[in-house]
Design a protein around this ligand. Structure first.
Ligand SMILES: C[S@@+](CC[C@H](N)C(=O)[O-])C[C@H]1O[C@@H](n2cnc3c(N)ncnc32)[C@H](O)[C@@H]1O
Length: 204
């Protein structure tokens, strides 16, 4: 997947196609994240979530990881380098420090991976989470035929514009549970097409 081409246009294409639905999901749990001190923000694209996280939590320091250099530049323009380390890297292969983070954030990122990749990725990232760490997730769901068609159209759009190989959504919930996370709270959008979730790392 290469998001360089669509990076500067990403926000307005999203606004045109989805209104503020995705932005509301990304921001939903921010008021609950004010105690976080070390955050790992994966696949945050143009950095809109990262900027809000830093604004609402003046004590947090974050590691931002994204495959796209254009996305990374946009994120750095928004949030600067004072409290953020930026890594242009593949989250599937990047080495993460063990038990480092008390917050992990993945918004509309799991949908880039097939089931086996997602299992490996979540397993590796779980090892980087401190006991009691929280994981905030936003993702698409397919509770209806209309949602299924909408998600299929989105995959087609990303395949054409970014070369995304994955073509179907994997349910991340059982995978997060397998790796020791418990769902604390979930907030679906109206119609259930997207959901924000807050997970906590318990003991296996
Ligand atoms: C669908 S976009 C979502 C962007 C943003 N999180 C949002 O809420 O809109 C997926 C993002 O993940 C990045 N990405 C995809 N695969 C990646 C990987 N293996 N490692 C790191 N970043 C990746 C892409 O470059 C892109 O910025």
């Amino acid at each position: 997947m290469n998001c360089d081409l669509i990076a500067p246009h990403y926000w307005w294409i999203e606004r045109l196609g989805m209104g503020r639905m995705l932005e509301r999901r990304r921001r939903w749990f921010l008021p609950e994240l004010t105690r976080a001190r070390r955050a790992l923000v994966l696949g945050d694209g143009d950095g809109r979530f990262l900027r809000e996280l830093l604004r609402q939590n003046p004590a947090v320091h974050a590691d931002y990881v994204d495959l796209s250099s254009r996305m990374l530049e946009l994120a750095r323009d928004k949030s600067g380098g004072e409290r953020v380390n930026y890594y242009r890297a593949d989250a599937r292969t990047l080495e993460f420090p063990r038990e480092e983070y008390d917050l992990i954030a993945t918004h509309f990122f799991f949908d880039c991976f097939d089931a086996s990749e997602l299992d490996t990725l979540i397993g590796r990232i779980s090892a980087a989470a401190k006991p009691g760490a929280r994981w905030v997730v936003s993702e698409f769901r397919v509770p209806s035929l209309a949602a299924r068609l909408a998600v299929r159209a989105l995959y087609l759009f990303f395949r054409i514009t970014t070369g995304l190989k994955t073509s179907r959504l994997t349910d991340h919930r059982p995978i997060l549970e397998t790796h020791g996370f418990q769902l604390e709270s979930a907030r679906p959008s109206r119609g259930g097409l997207v959901v924000s979730e807050l997970w906590e790392c318990g003991s296996l």
